[in-house]
Design a protein around this ligand. Sequence first.
Ligand code: PLP
Length: 406
Amino acid sequence: MKPVICACVVSRPSPEGDVDLSYILNHLGEDRERYFGAVVPPIMQSSIFAFPTVEAMRAGFADEYGGHLYTRGNNPTVAILRKKVAALEGAEDCLMFGSGAAAMAAGVIACLAAGDHVVCVAKPYSWTRALLRDLLARLGVRTSFIDGTHEDNFATAIEDRTRLIVLESPNSMTFEQQDLASVAQLARARGIRTICDNSYATPLNQSPIALGIDLVVHSATKYLNGHSDVVAGALCGSEELLRAVFKGPYMTLGAILAPHDAWLMLRGLRTLTIRLRQIATTTAEVLAFLQGHPLVRKVYSPHADGNPQLALTQAQLRGASGLITIELDVDEVAAVERFCNALQRFLMTVSWGGYESLAMPVCAVFPRTTPMSGAATPSLRLVRLSIGLEEPDVLIADLEQALRKI
Ligand SMILES: *Cc1c(COP(=O)(O)O)cnc(C)c1O
C-alpha cells in the first residue's frame, strides 16, 4: 500500500491563522531600501560596528542583544536569518550557531547548574547524548535516559532536582516520537523546562513551541540550509529565555555562525518549501517500494506501515521528511556492504537533508569484525537513506539494482 503523506507545506497553521511561508522566506527581515534596493542582502563581513558618540557606545554595551557591537553577539546578515527561522518556528526569537550541536549545548547549559537532573529520550542524536552523559556528567549534572514513546516514563523519571527534559521527535535514525503537548504540560506543571530537537520535521512539518515546548533546536545543516555546504544550528524560544542564553553560553562559548555562512543559509532557505514538497512526494514512492521488497526486513519511518506510533504521526506531524531507515534481511555484514557499495546514485556518508540522496550504513560505525550475533546486531543491518531531489524512478532503480547485488 502506498503510504499517505501530506505534502502540503505552503503554509503553516498557527493560532493567528495560516502563516504565509513565502513572505517569511522571500521578504521577512530584509530591509532592501537600506542596501540600494539589492534583492539579495549583503554579507556584512565586519567583526565590529562603530559608534558616533560615547553615549551611543554606552547604549551598545547596555543592550548587546538588541544592537550591533561585535559579531560574536550580533551581525546584521545573521540577524536576517534569525528573524526568518524564528518566524518559521512560531517563536519570539532565534539564535543562530556554528552547528546544531552548539545550539543544543547552549540551550541545555543555560537551563542547568551543578546538582541538577535531566530527563532525556533514550536515543537522542549521538552528540546530544555525549553532552549529557559525558560533558555535563563531569560537571555534576545527572541524566536519566528513558523510552520517550510512553508518556508515563517521563512522570516516573522526574526527580526533585529535575530542571530540564530533552526531546527529539522523531529522532533521525529509528524515528521514535514523543507526545510533545503532553510532555510540555507535565513539565510546565512542575516548573521544568523542555527542549526539543526538531531537525527531522523542520518548522514546516511540526511546531513544538505551539505545543508548549520552551526551546526548539535545529541542525540547520540539514533541511534548513539543504545544500550540504554549511554547518549551522538554530535555537528558538521566548525572548526572555534566549536573552539568558545570549548572556550565558552564547557569548561565553562563542560558537557563532559566520556572516558568509548565514548568507549561504538565506539562499538555501529560499527553496525550503519546494524542496520539502518534492522530497515528501519522492519519499512516499521510495517507501512504498521498500515496504514491498523481500530483502528488506523492516522499514523505519514515522509513516511506515506498522509503525506503532502512526496515530501520533498523524496528530503531530503535518508531513514527511526524506529519511527512511531499512533493516536488510541478511545474516552477514558483508551483505550489507555489497548493497551499499553497489549504490550508484546515493552517496555514502553521514548527515542528511541536502539536495542529494545519501546512504548511511550503521555497520560503518563498528569495527569490521563486530559479530552479527552480538549486542549491536539489529543496528548492523540498518542503512539510513536520505532522499534528495532526484526523480523517484532514478532512486528506486538504483535501490533495486543494489538490492540484487546482495
Ligand atoms: C546532525 C544533527 C545534529 C547536530 O547538528 P550539527 O549541525 O551537525 O552540529 C543534531 N540533531 C540531529 C537530529 C542531527 O541529525
